[in-house]
Design a protein around this ligand. Structure first.
Ligand code: GLU
Length: 472
């Protein structure tokens, strides 16, 4: 381990190589899978106040083995090419792992959203979209952006509108971007999707009694203590859903303004409202502020959830970790150097490409909904409801007992879009975990879940290339 910190992209490549070395695939094929296929770096002017500002932005399509390519757009003053390439490559592996039939991509605009008014952000976003259209870097069949750090459904609506203005009459134009507002061709359940996926993934990982025991934990998510870094979209929904549906206890939260703890639990919904009103999490009733914000890493807990940016747990602070599980809700929150230290300590890392795949999974559902021009559940909801009603009637007749009206409503309901989206997401997370776990348990040299996830993803991309006839 050298003293220099590896870049984010180098860190991802190191993880890739660790898995690739265990596979019997030709070097040329592995090189092709690893290489970013297209990098578009742009500089464009936007009028801010009385002057023009040159905006630095990127879109990287990491892999064209499947089209469209897919991945979010990040707005942050930290954006740089290395970061966007790393994130785009993670999207390729993530999509392969959860059987979402896209290549990986990512966009980045080097701006701090908080430094601009909504009107200025709209201009920045629309102009970015025009740049993408100009180079054919956006479209339902070519490259489909989505939200990421610093962006949300509002930005996606601007992207869609700009794209539609430039592609009048294109019947599938609404599928050019996902994560749109529900009333603008979005899908129910997309906003919560990444956090909900993190919850399903954790629940699944903790459902195996032997695995939980090996981590020194009881099976199940109920009662587990959790610390969350970042109360953005992903951290927020991970916290709420883990608390409300899983019975987990959030004992620490870290944000830009500091880190707070309460061993008795922090209500995430109330904390979020408090922060909205006061502009800070500090001072939230019942909590204590840590002197050093960065010490969130070392808070005593079962599950540590980095849900902000990459490289947050690195070789200098990895030793502080006391958690049994690191749940990578963010992309790349643990550097490859830190991972070596953590694995030696016996910490289990649920890797980003698996754990935060809920976002892109539901994006895939949204894209399918847009291409079919019909909401999920429209065809089957009433039919299912009437079949269930017949079944309940039959049970009542043959047993001579009747169900309560509440039970009847519950049992005879047909699935709405949100039910189907959640069910599809849960199925995806369970299936993918089963595949990773199987590789981890079965292959002798696979020491960790990230390597198992990489092996699975690499094999799937490799078989795509082979079936395309690119490699014999
Ligand atoms: N930005 C999210 C991610 O990193 C979602 C991407 C998408 O929905 O395309 O996975």
């Amino acid at each position: 381990m050298s003293n220099k910190q590896a870049s984010f992209h180098q860190s991802v490549e190191r993880n890739f190589d660790k898995a690739a070395n265990l596979l019997d695939l030709p070097k040329g094929l592995l090189d092709q899978i690893k290489a970013p296929n297209a990098i578009y770096q742009m500089r464009y002017p936007v009028k801010i106040g009385n002057s023009y500002q040159v905006i630095e932005a990127y879109r990287v399509q990491h892999s064209h083995h499947r089209l469209p390519t897919k991945g979010g757009i990040r707005f942050s003053h930290l954006v740089n090419q290395d970061e966007v390439v790393a994130l785009a490559s993670l999207m390729t592996y993530k999509c392969a792992l959860v059987d979402v039939p896209f290549g990986g991509a990512k966009g980045g605009v080097k701006v701090s959203p908080r430094a601009y008014t909504p009107e200025q952000l709209e201009r920045i976003t629309r102009r970015y979209t025009v740049e993408l259209v100009r180079k054919n870097f956006i479209g339902p069949g070519t490259d489909v952006p989505a939200p990421d750090y610093g962006t949300g459904s509002r930005e996606m609506a601007w992207i869609l509108d700009t794209y539609q203005q430039l592609n009048v009459g294109e019947i599938d134009a609404i599928a050019c971007v996902t994560g749109k507002p529900v009333n603008q061709n979005g899908i129910n359940g997309r906003t919560e999707a990444t956090g909900r996926g993190v919850f399903y993934g954790l629940k699944e990982a903790l459902s195996y009694a032997d695995d939980a025991k090996a981590m020194g934990l009881e099976p199940g998510i109920e009662g587990k203590t959790m610390v969350i870094q970042g109360l953005g979209n992903v951290g927020y929904y991970t916290g709420i859903i883990s608390q409300e549906e899983g019975g987990a206890k959030v004992v620490g939260v870290s944000e830009i303004e500091g880190t707070i703890v309460n061993p008795n639990g922090i209500d995430i919904k109330k904390l979020f409202k408090y922060r909205k009103d006061k502009g800070t999490i500090i001072g939230f009733p019942g909590t204590k502020k840590l002197e050093v914000r960065e010490d969130w890493v070392g808070i005593e807990c079962d599950i540590l959830v980095p849900a902000a940016l990459e490289s947050q747990i690195h070789k200098k602070n990895a030793k502080q970790v006391k958690a049994k599980i690191i749940a990578e809700a963010a992309n790349g929150p643990v550097t490859a150097d830190a991972e070596e230290i953590l694995l030696k300590k016996g910490v289990v890392i649920l890797p980003d490409m698996y754990l935060n795949a809920g976002g892109v999974t539901v994006s895939y559902f949204e894209w399918l909904k847009n291409l079919s021009h019909m909401r999920f559940g429209r065809m089957e909801k009433r039919f299912n409801a009437s079949q269930f009603t017949k079944l309940v009637n039959l049970v009542e007749r043959s047993t001579g007992k009747s169900v309560s009206s509440r039970e009847r409503t519950f049992l005879t309901r047909g699935g709405d879009e949100i039910d189907l989206v959640r069910s599809g997401l849960e199925e995806t997370m369970i299936t993918a975990y089963g595949q990773i776990r199987e590789i981890y348990k079965r292959r002798r040299k696979v020491e960790d879940l990230r390597t198992a996830a990489f092996i699975n993803a690499i094999n799937k991309v490799a078989s795509d290339y082979t079936s395309l006839g690119v490699f014999p």
